[in-house]
Design a protein. Structure first.
Length: 143
């Protein structure tokens, strides 16, 4: 095998892995946007509201993916003793905290005219539970 052919094969494998990674991120963002749309339009009609149309749902889902990627591992590590003491029930409050951070981030940045409003602790917890369920299904389908 020639040296150039070897590097060409490595480049093809690398490109396939990059494309698979980008496809997975896009799928996560689209399914989270669908989850936010379901929460907004079908489940929590008055206490969970997103203004700005389809672009807003995609933008909010992308910010949510970024927050989950960066902050969730840090907060999970910090709250580990509380999750052990409560036998995992504190995880629901962690999801509510991440949604609260998402709401304030979206309203602060205001890209694409997106506005998000969540009213009440119960809505935060139940919406976090719904999004966790959606992400668990997505993860199970990926495996």
């Amino acid at each position: 095998m020639e040296e150039n052919e070897f590097f060409f094969r490595i480049k093809i494998v690398y490109n396939k892995n990059v494309m698979r990674f980008l496809f997975r991120i896009g799928l996560i963002i689209i399914l989270n946007a669908l989850g936010f749309w379901i929460l907004d339009q079908k489940i929590f009609i008055e206490t969970f509201q997103i203004q700005g149309g389809t672009q807003a749902y995609l933008y909010i889902a992308a910010i949510f993916a970024l927050i989950n990627t960066v902050l969730r591992p840090i907060l999970s590590l910090i709250t580990l003793p509380l999750r052990i003491l409560t036998l995992g029930l504190f995880h629901f409050f962690l999801n509510a905290l991440l949604l609260w951070i998402l709401e304030h981030s979206v309203n602060f940045l205001e890209f694409f005219g997106a506005q998000m409003e969540i009213s009440g602790l119960a809505t935060y917890i139940l919406a976090g539970l719904g999004l966790s369920f959606l992400n668990a299904v997505l993860h199970a389908l990926h495996e």
